[in-house]
Design a protein around this ligand. Structure first.
Ligand code: GCB
Length: 608
């Protein structure tokens, strides 16, 4: 027994240490930083030759890693030495980006690619510290700096950072990054999804320079139960963090407060003000917030609002709100491939606004930080989602820790964004005891990390008792969520559009209901009668009829139909129609609006 428990401890410990990351630096976009974006060298390595020797033992675990380990980046000075790689003579690729849409021969590639970036760096002030920060890279990432391993990160859509101060030189630094996007059964997501598995360093890479003691993280939000009080928590990082004075300023509210940290470098505070202009979709007011320690000042723009449910209503600042939404994948509306620029996000959110939306569902994984920062500015409420999709390995502890870690990272990154109102745990997951325990545990963790927001998940619907015409939500996880959301495709996967006329809904939970998905595929420019699959008219008909059906659900508080733009998916192979795209977009990948766009627009305008 003792042996078993210590074995268990060892394996859990090794899992945790594998995933353990340095604490995320909050607000990287408004801090002083140096971009490492641009052209990087890369080597495609399907056999992971640069990582393992011919006995498949990792080089990095050996006492003296040979120069054939790619992260050593050995220079070929000794002409007699056998080296079978050379970054500097290899091809270049632009970072950030996914390799699939940049390099034709890597379109379907799933495996390892090594990247290298060389740079010089002059520290701005003695004793300052430097961190390398990745917005995201998909899926497993091993990071090496000047020949030393910094760490490994798992998960394709959340940020991570490592300190490099101790290894940094003025000249010829080299960052080597191994990215592996092989899908794995035990992964999050798992083997099977309905989107393109874009590989690479897909978001910005930055060097962040800080003072030796600095404000690493903070969480500043309105008190959920008292709209005149702002609650905050600040965390320092450094060797001198105890009893330090921090100044908090919100000039527009005439707030100027000084507080001291405890011995762990943490401080919590409450500030009262009767003059707060609440952030809302109609008035997305953001306050400039300044946090100061010694000579270091961090600026952020934070909106103050509350979000709650009461019975079947959703309350924003204690007022009922109907969520007029749309689901969005993170693909660039300009280039195809992964979206990662502010311009990509702006275009997608501008389309959503044009559709009449006050809300978006960012499916099925955390999108880039520009998206939520812009949503803050544009007054769009946001559902963020963990990539726990379909058939995850529910019983695997490592899978759970991975899902929890990814969730922790997105919560950490976006906890100061007023636009984010819902954390979604999962999408269309089949019910079982193991799945219920997995999701419940994630939900409990989320509530602890962030008690200010709502929890949901895109569930599935089923027949009510034995009725063929009444639908219901029969899922134990429905008792855990704050907002009851589900996907349904009556009229597309489930019968023809007229079936919607026969279906009614019996939803027994006294909670707000959001329809997280409905939709139908249509090829832009294919016009036919409304009974012809793939025509714009068929899709239009599904929208007209589905909206009529759903509007009859008493607790309905909003929708996020599937989906704003056609997106790439290897599941969608029908020639001349799909050609590798899921066609349920209201807009084609070329930016052309389909007829159904205007049906939803009209419906949303009628909800004002
Ligand atoms: C769903 C999934 C979504 C798919 C969509 C479809 O239910 O949640 O990821 O892309 O259906 O088009 O089938």
């Amino acid at each position: 027994m003792k042996l078993l428990s210590s074995l268990l401890f060892v394996s859990v410990f090794s899992i945790l240490s594998n995933l353990a990351q340095e604490q995320l630096i909050q607000n990287v976009y408004l801090r002083e930083s140096t971009s490492l974006n641009g052209m990087w060298k890369y080597i495609v390595d399907p056999y992971e030759n640069g990582f393992y020797n011919y006995r498949l033992e990792p080089f990095e675990k050996q006492e003296k890693p040979q120069k054939s380990a790619f992260f050593k980046n050995a220079k070929q000075e000794d002409k007699t030495e056998l080296l079978e790689y050379n970054f500097d003579k290899s091809d270049s690729i632009s970072i950030p980006s996914d390799w699939n849409s940049q390099k034709e021969n890597l379109f379907y590639y799933e495996g390892t690619v090594w990247f290298k970036k060389s740079f010089n760096y002059n520290i701005k002030k003695e004793n300052n510290r430097v961190f390398v920060h990745f917005g995201a890279s998909n899926y497993e990432t091993d990071v090496y700096f000047n020949g030393e391993k910094l760490g490994k990160h798992i998960g394709g859509f959340t940020p991570f950072n490592y300190e490099i101060t101790h290894l940094l030189q003025k000249k010829d630094n080299f960052l080597v990054v191994k990215v592996d996007n092989k899908r794995k059964k035990e992964g999050v997501p798992t083997l099977n999804t309905d989107w393109w598995n874009y590989g690479g360093i897909t978001r910005d890479v930055k060097l962040i320079e800080t003072s030796s003691t600095f404000i690493n993280d903070y969480f500043i939000q309105l008190n959920k139960n008292d709209r005149n009080t702002i609650n905050g928590k600040i965390q320092l990082n450094g060797s001198d963090i105890s009893s330090k004075e921090i100044q908090i300023k919100i000039p527009e509210l005439k707030i100027n407060k000084k507080i001291k940290t405890d011995k762990n470098g943490v401080t919590t505070f409450k500030i009262s003000s009767k003059k707060i202009k609440y952030w809302s979709n109609k008035n997305p007011h953001l306050y400039e917030v300044f946090l100061k320690i010694n000579d270091d000042i961090i600026k952020d723009k934070i909106g103050f609002r509350t979000i709650k449910t009461s019975g079947s209503s959703i309350l924003l600042n204690d007022e009922k709100i109907y969520l007029k939404g749309i689901s969005i994948h993170e693909e660039s509306p300009f280039r195809g491939g992964r979206g990662y620029t502010k311009k990509d996000s702006k275009k997608l959110l501008t389309w959503a606004k044009e559709l009449g939306c006050n809300y978006v569902r960012l499916a099925h994984y955390p999108h880039n930080e520009h998206m939520v920062r812009l949503a803050d500015e544009m007054g769009i409420l946001v559902w963020e989602e963990n990539p726990v999709y379909w058939t995850i390995s529910w019983k695997n502890k490592e899978t759970y820790n991975n899902a929890k870690n990814q969730l922790a990272e997105v919560i950490s990154r976006d906890k100061n964004r007023a636009s984010v109102i819902i954390w979604s745990m999962a999408n269309e997951t089949p019910t079982s005891n193991a799945r219920n325990a997995f999701l419940t545990s994630l939900a409990e963790f989320t509530k602890k990390e962030d008690p200010t927001r709502l929890i949901s998940a895109a569930l599935e619907q089923s027949d009510y008792k034995n009725s063929k015409t009444i639908r219901t939500i029969n899922d134990d996880f429905a008792d855990i969520v704050d907002v009851l959301s589900f996907n349904q495709y009556i009229g597309w996967y489930d019968g023809l559009p007229e079936k919607t006329e026969k279906i009614s809904w019996k939803i027994t939970q006294n909670k707000p209901v959001l329809i997280s998905e409905f939709g139908a595929g249509a090829k832009k420019g294919f016009y036919a009668d409304k009974n012809t699959r793939w025509s714009e008219e068929f899709q239009e008909e599904v929208y007209v009829k589905t909206l009529k059906m759903l509007d009859k659900i008493d607790q309905l508080q909003g929708l996020s139909p599937w989906i704003l733009v056609d997106f790439k998916s290897p599941r969608r192979v029908l020639p001349e129609i799909q050609d590798g795209y899921n066609r349920k977009g209201l807009i084609s990948e070329k930016g052309e609006k389909k007829k159904a766009f205007f049906v939803l627009q009209k419906f949303y305008n009628s909800k004002d």
